[in-house]
Design a protein around this ligand. Structure first.
Ligand SMILES: C[S@@+](CC[C@H](N)C(=O)[O-])C[C@H]1O[C@@H](n2cnc3c(N)ncnc32)[C@H](O)[C@@H]1O
Length: 253
């Protein structure tokens, strides 16, 4: 019985960050998310890794992943803990990847817990953390540990080409007129990862945030000075996220 309930829990929310719950919402919100999806595509378009192999972490079904960026690789190893991810990712991206002759390998595995092993297994690949680091604190349910592990990631990845898009902050909003404002701030070069809490609060007020917003403990994913882009994501009506996207050029492959 316990095993069965565990399986049901996995299917429904995959450790709290994916699962059927996420897929149903992502499918039904796909039109509303078009702006965010194209901002992510715009960001990835200017990321031109020389690697021919990609390790995609937190692939899910690739609801927000532009097929054009995937098609630049020869081989993709996609990792997710969600039991539904492999089937749905193949459904959404399989045909286009096959048409481009790209080898796709899906793995059901906790890629953060086994990162050293993954790095050894894929020595020539670049890595993209696809919107999962912001959920780490909710998975491990220990803020100090989550923040430390997220902060340490860049040291584990030293010398590699890698990037991430992840939640910085999220919470309720009273109006939606904030997307332009964030885009402007990004263009003005605001380093979202280096905001102090006072600056962050001011920015949240500027964008119509109300009540208390969650800090996803991801402000130290990138080393100071790494160029990053802020991307607004209206996750649900009146509930929004600030995503941060960045890429680290580790070494020539
Ligand atoms: C917000 S969803 C990602 C969305 C996905 N990139 C897309 O475009 O559809 C986060 C995903 O990360 C996965 N995930 C969370 N922690 C993980 C871990 N430690 N290792 C592998 N996958 C993980 C979850 O199962 C979930 O599918």
């Amino acid at each position: 019985m316990k095993k069965f309930l565990g399986l049901l829990g996995d299917l429904w929310h995959a450790g709290g960050t994916g699962g059927l719950n996420w897929h149903v919402h992502a499918y039904s919100a796909s039109r509303a998310w078009l702006g965010t999806i194209s901002e992510i595509a715009r960001f990835l378009q200017q990321v031109q890794p020389q690697a021919h192999e990609l390790v995609l972490v937190g692939a899910s079904a690739g609801w927000m992943m532009p097929p054009s960026w995937l098609s630049r690789f020869d081989r993709i190893d996609a990792y997710d803990i969600d039991p539904l991810a492999a089937r749905l990712f193949r459904w959404r991206h399989g045909e286009s990847l096959r048409a481009h002759g790209i080898a796709l390998h899906m793995h059901r595995q906790d890629a953060l817990a086994s990162l050293p092993e993954l790095l050894q297994r894929h020595p020539r690949a670049c890595l993209w953390f696809d919107n999962l680091l912001g959920q780490h604190r909710y998975r491990v349910r220990d803020e100090a540990r989550a923040e430390q592990e997220i902060t340490d990631l860049k040291h584990q990845l030293q010398g590699r080409n890698w990037g991430s898009v992840h939640d910085l902050y999220s919470g309720p909003t009273q109006h939606m007129a904030w997307a332009d404002r964030i885009t402007t701030l990004t263009r003005a070069g605001v380093d979202a990862g280096q905001l102090n809490s006072q600056q962050a609060q001011t920015l949240l007020q500027d964008v119509g945030a109300k009540d208390v917003w969650s800090d996803h403990l991801t402000s130290q994913v990138f080393a100071p000075g790494t160029p990053t882009t802020l991307i607004p994501w209206r996750f649900k009506d009146h509930h929004c996220h600030w995503l941060q996207a960045g890429w680290v050029q580790g070494r020539k492959l």
